[in-house]
Design a protein around this ligand. Structure first.
Ligand SMILES: [Zn+2]
Length: 86
């Protein structure tokens, strides 16, 4: 939907760069995010890398598509996770 066309209804009224808010302690808002732990089994220092989410929202049907930021760092963190044993 980054191309400005809704895949659900075909509308071209698409709002780009919409913040995705979460409400935390004390009702404070912050951007919703994704996290990749480079060392998920570590007790403390998990090497967590996060990326904030932003959205494209269709102005006709409300369909919403999410995108993450910080992609290079997320990929690097994910790459050091050992593959699962077969
Ligand atoms: Zn739509």
């Amino acid at each position: 939907m980054k191309n400005g066309v809704c895949p659900k209804c075909g509308c071209t009224v698409v709002i780009q760069g919409v913040r995705v808010l979460d409400h935390g302690h004390g009702n404070r808002t912050h951007d919703l995010s994704v996290a990749v732990d480079a060392k998920p089994d570590a007790w403390v220092f998990k090497g967590r890398v996060t990326g904030e989410l932003w959205a494209c929202v269709c102005g006709a049907c409300g369909f919403t598509e999410l995108y993450a930021t910080n992609l290079d760092e997320l990929v690097k963190a994910a790459a050091v996770v050992p593959p699962a044993e077969a």
